[in-house]
Design a protein around this ligand. Structure first.
Ligand code: NAD
Length: 269
């Protein structure tokens, strides 16, 4: 395999992270993923077991019959940098090596380096609350899970009003897009690393279902976007593969819309 990619935020086969892994694998990359552990203390176990037992085989399959392989799954919690922070938190009792630092070190110990880093995760504990009613903790938690990386996923609620996308998630996405620009400058000058974010249209992922309005957003897009078709996760995956490839060698600091063109509309029709 050619390049090595680490994709943070894959815990099932419904979300954007999974589709990005598939597109990168199809383009020849080796796939490592970072999976969150705490929901019910077992998201990682369920993901690993389902993968092993073939539950994802249909969605792992390419048209030629071959299957996407995930070389290794790492436990990862994006909001902790220090193992001491996790020790102090009961939800994480008994587990180790989940912090961003530790996961990075484990990958380094196992493989030396990676070529592509994808951030495909989000968590707004108060996403169903309007910003006006969001607590300080909820707001900070939303921002905290969304720090920048080489390729990330954003949402148009950062720049336009999307009622229902609450809890500080709109602010978190605005921070993410700003970080994309500043990191593109800093990492570009220092390491020649490119940093971009994909502003994706609505997809019925596990995270999106928790927000509660995903079906309305999909219907709205179908009715109003220039391209009247449901967005498939693969279309976002393919864009990520393009952005990670040499074909995008002059693209950095960009917010790339993959939303059937909905962002270009001024009013609904
Ligand atoms: P998803 O449920 O597949 O992915 C979200 C992942 O984040 C899950 O695997 C979850 O376990 C993980 N996660 C949450 N908190 C974490 C933490 N602290 N540490 C590590 N992992 C954590 O859902 P998705 O919709 O594919 O989300 C991927 C990205 O796409 C997110 O950034 C989301 O905001 C963005 N996005 C989604 C939509 C949409 O309509 N689904 C639209 C635009 C942007």
């Amino acid at each position: 395999r050619g390049k090595r990619a680490f994709i943070a935020g894959v815990a099932d086969d419904n979300g954007y992270g999974w589709a990005i892994a598939k597109s990168l694998f199809a383009a020849g990359a080796e796939i490592l993923v970072g999976t969150w552990v705490p929901p019910l203390q077992q998201a990682l176990n369920i993901f690993e077991t389902s993968l092993r037992r073939g539950k994802f085989d249909e969605s792992r399959r390419f048209p030629d019959g071959s299957l996407m392989e995930i070389t290794k799954i790492y436990p990862l919690d994006a909001v902790f940098d220090n193992p001491e922070d996790i020790k102090a938190n009961k939800r994480y009792a008994g587990s180790t090596n989940w912090t961003v630092q530790e996961a990075a070190q484990s990958v380094k110990d196992d493989f030396g380096n990676i070529d592509i880093l994808v951030h495909s995760l989000a968590n707004g504990p108060e996403v169903t609350k309007p910003l006006l009613e969001t607590s300080r903790n909820g707001y900070l938690a939303a921002i905290s899970a969304s720090s920048g990386s080489s390729i990330s996923l954003t949402y148009i609620a950062s720049e336009r009003i999307i009622p229902g996308y609450g809890g500080g998630m709109s602010s978190a996405k605005a921070a993410l897009e700003s970080d994309t620009r500043v990191l593109a400058f800093e990492a570009g000058r220092k390491h020649k690393i490119r940093v971009n974010t994909i502003s994706a249209g609505p997809l019925r992922s596990r995270a999106a279902k928790a927000i509660g309005f995903i079906d309305t957003m999909i219907e709205y897009s179908l009715a109003n976007a220039p391209l009247q078709k449901e967005l498939s996760a693969d279309e976002v995956g393919n864009t990520a593969a393009f952005l990670a490839s040499p074909l995008a060698s002059a693209i950095t600091g960009a917010v790339i819309y993959v939303d059937n063109g909905l962002n270009a509309m001024g009013v609904g029709v």
